[in-house]
Design a protein around this ligand. Structure first.
Ligand code: PLP
Length: 384
C-alpha cells in the first residue's frame, strides 16, 4: 500500500472535518450557509439536493457527513437538541408497540417515555441496568419494538454490554438504539457493536464547549426507519440550525483530544476520591472496582470519559455543602464541556428520582488536573 492509499484514522478525519475546502475561496473552514430556500434551475429542478431549510442545507449536511463518518453510519441526522432527536425517534413508534429502557437514565428521555406510555398507547418496560439478566427479561418477543439503552447510564454510570443488548433485542424482534452521549464515537462505536441507531446529545461532548444545543441520530442502514426519521424531522421542523451545525463541526474537530484529556483526569480524580474518608462510593467505569469495568474496557476503547458520580458518607447535607463549596468546578447542569461542572442530580430530577440523595455528579473538563483535585479536596474537607 502506498502512503497515499493509507487510510486516515478517525481522529485525523475529525480534526480536518473531512477536509472540506470551500471551492469558491479555498477557505479551509467552510462558511455558514444560512439560506432558508434554494433557487431552482431552468427546468424547475433543484440545482443540487437543497430545497428548503427544514429538510437541512449545506452546513447541516457537512455536520451530518462528519457525524456519519465518526459513527460509521449509513446516514446521520442532526437535530436542534438531543431531546428533539429522541422525540423524532420515538415518533416512529405506533400505538401498541412496546419500548424497553433502563429505570434510571437521562431523566428527560425517561419522562418522555412515561408520557408516551400514559397517553399514546405505547408500552414501557423498565429494567435495572445494573442487574444481570434484567435487560433480557424486560423484552417481550414480538411486542417490544425498540430497546433503548444508555451506556454508561446517567448519572449512575452503570455499563451495559452493547453487543449483548443488540443480540437480545434482535432475538426479540426489536431494534437497539443506544444513547452514546457519555461514550461518543471517539471511544465507543455503537453501530459496529450491533446497534441499529446511535443517539447523541451533541450539546455535550460533540459540541464540547457548552455553547450549542444539538442532537444526533446515526443509523446503521438506510431504509424505512431512516426515511421515517427524515420525514418526521422535516414535518416537525426539528432540524439543527446552520449556525449550530457549524459550531458542532468546529467542536468535533477537537473531540478526540478533549475526551482523552477528560478521561485521564477523571480517572485520577476517581482514584483519589475512592480513598477519601468523606466518600462512600465512587461510580466510574474506568475504576477496576466498577462491577462492569471489564465490559467498559472492551467497548470504550478510547477512554472512560469525564463523567463520574460520588456518594458521600455525610448524606444529603454533605452533598449540599460540597456542591456549594467548589471554586473550579462550576455548580451547573449539563456535561461534556471543556469546563468542569458539579451537580446534585436528585435536586434536578425531582421527587420521583431513584438517584441517591448523597450523590454528586461531576463532569470533568480539560483544566489542570491538580487544580480540580485540590478544589474537590478543599470542598470535601470537614464533611467526613
Ligand atoms: N441524553 C443524555 C445522556 C443527556 O445527558 C441529555 C442531556 O442532558 C440528553 C440525552 C438530552 O440532550 P439535550 O439536552 O441536548 O436535549
Amino acid at each position: 500500500m502506498s502512503a497515499q492509499d493509507r487510510p486516515l484514522s478517525p481522529a485525523t478525519r475529525a480534526a480536518q472535518a473531512l477536509g472540506r475546502i470551500d471551492p469558491r475561496t479555498g477557505a479551509i473552514v467552510p462558511g455558514i450557509e444560512p439560506a432558508t430556500t434554494f433557487a431552482r434551475d431552468a427546468e424547475y429542478a433543484a440545482r443540487q439536493s437543497y430545497i428548503y431549510a427544514r429538510d437541512g442545507g449545506p452546513t447541516v449536511e457537512h455536520a451530518e457527513a462528519v457525524l456519519a463518518d465518526l459513527d460509521g453510519a449509513a446516514r446521520a441526522f442532526a437535530f436542534a437538541s438531543g431531546m428533539a432527536a429522541f422525540v423524532a425517534l420515538m415518533e416512529t413508534l405506533a400505538a401498541g408497540d412496546r419500548v424497553a429502557a433502563p429505570q434510571v437514565m437521562y431523566h428527560g428521555a425517561l419522562a418522555w417515555l412515561k408520557r408516551l406510555a400514559a397517553g399514546r398507547g405505547i408500552g414501557l418496560d423498565l429494567f435495572d441496568a445494573a442487574a444481570d439478566g434484567a435487560l433480557e427479561a424486560a423484552l417481550r418477543p414480538g411486542e417490544t419494538r425498540m430497546l433503548w439503552i444508555e451506556t454508561p447510564t446517567n448519572p449512575m454510570w452503570d455499563v451495559i454490554d452493547v453487543a449483548a443488548a443488540a443480540r437480545a433485542a434482535h432475538g426479540a424482534g426489536a431494534i437497539l438504539a443506544v444513547d452514546c452521549t457519555a461514550a461518543p464515537p471517539c471511544t465507543m462505536q455503537a453501530l459496529s457493536l450491533g446497534a441499529d441507531v446511535a443517539f447523541h446529545s451533541g450539546t455535550k461532548y460533540l459540541g464540547g464547549h457548552s455553547d450549542l444545543t444539538a442532537g444526533v441520530l446515526s443509523l446503521a442502514q438506510e431504509g424505512a426507519l431512516a426515511d421515517e426519521i427524515r420525514r418526521v424531522r422535516t414535518l416537525m421542523g426539528s432540524v439543527i440550525a446552520p449556525f449550530e451545525a457549524w459550531l458542532l463541526v468546529r467542536g468535533m474537530r477537537t473531540l478526540f483530544l478533549r475526551y482523552e484529556r477528560a478521561s485521564a483526569t477523571a480517572l485520577s480524580i476517581a482514584r483519589r476520591l475512592e480513598a477519601h474518608p468523606a466518600v462512600e462510593r465512587v461510580r466510574y467505569p474506568g475504576l477496576p472496582t466498577h462491577p462492569r469495568h471489564h465490559v467498559a474496557a472492551a467497548q470504550m476503547t478510547g477512554g472512560f470519559g469525564g463523567m463520574l458520580s460520588v456518594e458521600l458518607r455525610g448524606g444529603f447535607a454533605a452533598a449540599r455543602a460540597v456542591v456549594c463549596a467548589t471554586r473550579v468546578f462550576v455548580p451547573a447542569t449539563s456535561l461534556g464541556g471543556v469546563e468542569s461542572l458539579i451537580e446534585h442530580r436528585r435536586a434536578i430530577e425531582g421527587p420521583d428520582s431513584l438517584v441517591p440523595d448523597n450523590l454528586l455528579r461531576l463532569s470533568v473538563g480539560i483544566e489542570d488536573p491538580e487544580d480540580l483535585i485540590a478544589d474537590l479536596e478543599a470542598a470535601l474537607s470537614g464533611t467526613a
